[in-house]
Design a protein around this ligand. Sequence first.
Ligand code: NOJ
Length: 499
Amino acid sequence: MLYQVYPRSFLDTDGDGVGDLAGVRAKLPYLRWLGVDGVWLSPIYRSPMADFGYDVSDHCAIDPVFGDLPGFDRLLADAHAIGLRLLLDWVPNHTSDRHPWFVESRSSRDSPKRDWYFWRDGHDDGPPNNWRAAFGGQAWTWDESTRQWYLHLFLSQQPDLRWSEPDVVDAMHGVLRFWLDRGVDGFRADVVHLISKDEELPDQPPELADIDLVGVHDHPGAHPLLRNLRAVLDAYPGDRVMVGEVNLGSAARLAPYYGAGDELHMVFNFSLLWAPWDAAHWAGRIAESEAALAPSGAWPVWVLSNHDTPRHRTRYGSEARARVAATVLLTLRGTPFLYAGEELGLADAEVPDGVRVDPGGRDGCRAPFPWDDQAGHGWAGEPWLPWPPDPAVRNAGALAGDRRSILHLYRRLLACRRRSAALHSGTWERLDAPDGVLAYERRAGADVRRIWANFGDEAVAGDAGGDWVVEVAGSGRGEGDPWDGRLAATEALVVRPVG
Ligand code: NOJ
C-alpha cells in the first residue's frame, strides 16, 4: 500500500504553520507501524504556490517552506533504512509562469524557448480555440508584451509545456534523472495523459465545449512519450516506478496507458472514488476494471481519496461506511493508495470564507493532520488551514491507544494483506451476494480469502455454505471466531477457510 502525504498538512516542525520534510521524517516510524510500503509526496519543489506546488518554478530545488535538499536526502535515507519506498510527484504537463523556462519563452517571439510552450495568435478578437481550463475560465491568457495567447489547461499561472519540442522532452527527462540519481523509487505523474496535444489545437466539439479538457483529452501522441519516459526509469537499477494520473474515467480507457508493459507501470483508477454508495455499482466497476486490465497483466491501482476530493467520511456520511470502504480498498487486486488521514477517519474541515485559499475549492480535505490531543495537536505552529472536526479525540495518538479505532482496523487490514498471498497478489472473482452486499474471493493457490461488505443499513445473511473464520472485522467483533454467515448493518469482513 502506498500512502499519500500532502506535505503542507502532515506535520510542521519549524513553527511556520506549514508541514515540512522534517515533519514527514519524524513520522516515518508511525508509517512503518501502520504497515505502509511506501510514500508518495505531493510536490515539494520550489513554487509560487498558486496551485500549492503543482506550479513548479524549479524542479530541482526544494521549496524553502518544506526544507532543503540535504533535508530531503535525510528523509530518503531514513525511509530506505526502515524499508519504505519514496515516490515524488512529477508535474509534466505545465510549469509555473515564474519558471525560468516560461520567463524566457515569454520574453520575445524570437526566444529560443518560445516553442517550449503553446503560443498562438487569436481568432477574431478572442482566444485561438474554445478550450476551457480546470478551475474555470478559458484555457488561454493574452500576453500583452508579445501580443500572443498562451495555453494553460489549469490556472493562468500554469502554462502548458509543449512536449512535441525535443528540448522539452530532454529537459523533463533530466528532471527525472536528477531525482532518480538521488535514489527516489519513482514518481506519481500529474495529469500525464495531457502531455501530448494535437498541434492544430482543434476546437472541442459543441457537446464538450463547456467542460475543461482534463477528463476527456486522450491523444495518441502520449504513448510514444510514455514509452520514452519508461526507458528513462528502466535504465536505473532496482524497481523504479511511475504511476500516472489519467483522469479518463473507465478502466477501459486507462488500459492503453500501460502500453504493452512498456508505458506507465501503474495508472490510478478513480472509478470507485466517483461511485455512489451502492454495492452493485462498486461490484460493477470492479468487475469492469478486472475485465479491462487483467487480460493484459496490467496491475490495478485503487484510489478512494486524495488531496483533490472530499474524504471518505465526508463523502459516505459515517465512520461505519468509511470502515467498509477501507476494507474493500485494502483487499482488491492491485496497489491501494491511501490519502494521509483516512486511517483516522477524518472528515473534511469546515473552511470559512476568508480562510479559503485553494482556487479549486479543495481546502477541506487538506486540513492539517492531528497527531495528539494537546492544543497544537503536535504542530509547532498554528496550521495554515483549520483543523478537521474533533481533533481532540480524532488524532493519531488517541486512536493508536484504542484498539477498536478505525486506525487499528487499517493496521489489521494491512497486516492481513501482507501475510496473505491471496490478498496481495491473488486473483479476484465476484461472488453472488444478497442485495446491498459486495462479495468477492481472492485466491493464490491454496491461499483464499473472501470479502463480504454490507453497504446497507440492515443486517443480512451472507454466505450459506462453507466453514469460514473471521480474520478481520470492520467493527473488530468476532475476529478469530468461526463466521456464522451473518453481516451486521454497514459491516465488512475478511474471512478465511477454517484450518
Ligand atoms: C492534478 C493534481 O492532483 C491537482 O492537485 C492539481 O491541481 C492539478 N493536477 C494540476 O497540476
